[in-house]
Design a protein around this ligand. Structure first.
Ligand SMILES: [Zn+2]
Length: 303
């Protein structure tokens, strides 16, 4: 079996452009300036920038990088594809230091790339999931985060994170919440879960009365040493948190609080495109590539 990384688009810049174009423009090139799809020509010639196209409707030029996470980056596209492969493929995530060493980049460059890749993993507003008598497990946890730039004891604090996992489809959604209280958590649950769903939680008072809003509510009493009675358990969402926590501890221990939502997006993405759901590493990297459009980050420094 050949190495996945021996595929041409991981080494050759022309092949990388062709690969990205196939994913970003499945129906042919689209002008990022005017949205036009007709009268677009590829610019040829030795001195021409790679992948350059011209739109004859607005007379502007563009490449497939424009309007994506690759915009205003000087890193070759085939290196970007390698980075995407590593981030999408490592179960617990990959640190910027590791990525820098593996790809021969500076840590700063690898850091910007990782954040852009995380942005591509972020899904927009999603329709509520669950429904038809299926089960969504809901749980909250605290992640120790660095507040500000200084690594002092006082600068650490715990950030509450909420996760919802739809048991039947195995899909997860997680959120940074201001406070682990009913006031902050219930609106998120109601906006993300179909009313015709059974909700499973622990016995936290956050969820008291949740059965009025949904089909039903099962609770697990952890203190009594009761880890689930048949259908009533929260093992799935706890499993999600354990992957997330191991990764955050081992790989992203110095992650700043303001980036936590991006790390959550990363873990949601990998969890929702995991091997157990029939998704291999290449599928996952391709799914990520479909999310790069419109995700340009506006950090002042460019890679
Ligand atoms: Zn145009």
């Amino acid at each position: 079996m050949a190495s996945v990384l021996s595929a041409k688009h991981y080494h050759n810049e022309d092949a990388a452009f062709a690969y990205v174009e196939r994913h970003v423009w499945p129906n042919g090139p689209t002008c990022p300036h005017c949205g036009g799809v007709e009268r677009i020509s590829k610019m040829e010639g030795k001195a021409t920038r790679k992948g350059l196209h011209k739109c004859y409707q607005c007379r502007k030029q563009f490449t497939v990088r424009q309007g994506t996470i690759f915009e205003s980056s000087h890193v070759p596209l085939h290196i970007w594809l390698q980075a995407i492969f590593f981030v999408a493929g490592s179960k617990k995530g990959i640190s910027s230091h590791q990525l820098a060493r593996t790809l021969g980049l500076t840590v700063k460059t690898a850091w910007f790339m990782s954040h852009r890749i995380r942005e591509a993993m972020r899904s927009g507003q999603l329709a509520p999931f669950g429904g038809e008598g299926s089960v969504v497990e809901v749980d909250e946890t605290f992640i120790g985060m660095r507040k500000g730039a200084v690594r002092t004891h006082a600068a650490w604090h715990k950030m509450p994170v909420l996760a919802l996992v739809h048991r039947e489809s195995g899909q997860a959604r997680s959120f940074v919440v201001d406070k682990a209280t009913r006031e902050f958590i219930m609106p998120i649950v109601q906006a993300n879960v179909d009313r015709e769903t059974y909700i499973m939680t622990d016995e936290s008072r956050i969820y008291t009365g949740v059965h009025f809003k949904f089909l039903g509510h099962g609770t697990v009493n952890h203190h009594a040493g009761e880890y689930g009675r048949g259908r009533i358990h929260t093992n799935t969402v706890e499993g999600y948190f354990s992957i997330f926590k191991r990764g955050m501890k081992g790989v992203y221990q110095w992650c700043a609080e303001k980036h936590l939502h991006r790390y959550l997006a990363e873990y949601d993405f990998r969890y929702n495109n995991r091997a157990a759901l029939g998704c291999n590493d290449t599928d996952r990297a391709d799914a990520l590539l479909r999310g790069i459009v419109g995700k340009r980050l506006t950090y002042k420094a460019c890679v």
